[in-house]
Write a protein of this length. Structure first.
Length: 153
């Protein structure tokens, strides 16, 4: 009886006393692919194909997003940690060799984040419903103004 009393409450509480989400990003795990549209700074729109990979580990997730259109490609990597739904982390983009920080919020079905770089800021919205995911990236004034992607697992 004494052992059950000692071990029962600890897994469900974090240091702050709130429910712990050790599997915060587990529902994203794996490879996703799909396509969408990209709007360039000059107003041109192109179809884009993307692959995303999520590798969760507790309250941390590593994300790789590779996308290509006829005239444009990017390879975004990020390492994000959730602390009670508040996000922090870093990102890098391989083809342009730029990097920066990420802040934002996460709920079980969505991530809203701001990625800051030396010359721009991008707003990212990721909504997940089962095996479907929509990704929206907006970065006014940059080379890519808007990206909208629909991914499936």
């Amino acid at each position: 009886m004494g052992m059950a009393r000692v071990s029962a409450p600890t897994p469900s509480l974090s240091r702050a006393g709130a429910p712990a989400r050790a599997d915060t990003f587990d529902h994203l795990k794996g490879n996703w692919s799909g396509g969408g549209n990209i709007t360039l700074a000059n107003g041109e729109k192109e179809r884009i194909r993307c692959r995303a990979s999520y590798t969760p580990a507790g309250t941390n997730v590593k994300i790789t997003l590779r996308c290509a259109s006829d005239s444009y490609k990017f390879e975004l990597s990020s390492d994000i940690t959730s602390d009670g739904g508040k996000l922090s982390g870093s990102w890098s983009e391989a083809t342009r060799q730029v990097a920066g920080g990420i802040t934002g919020t996460a709920t079980p079905n969505s991530i809203q984040a701001t990625a800051m770089g030396p010359l721009f800021t991008a707003i990212l919205n990721v909504k997940t419903s089962g095996g479907n995911q929509t990704v929206s990236i907006t970065s006014p004034g940059s080379e890519i103004q808007n990206v909208t992607i629909a991914l499936k697992r």
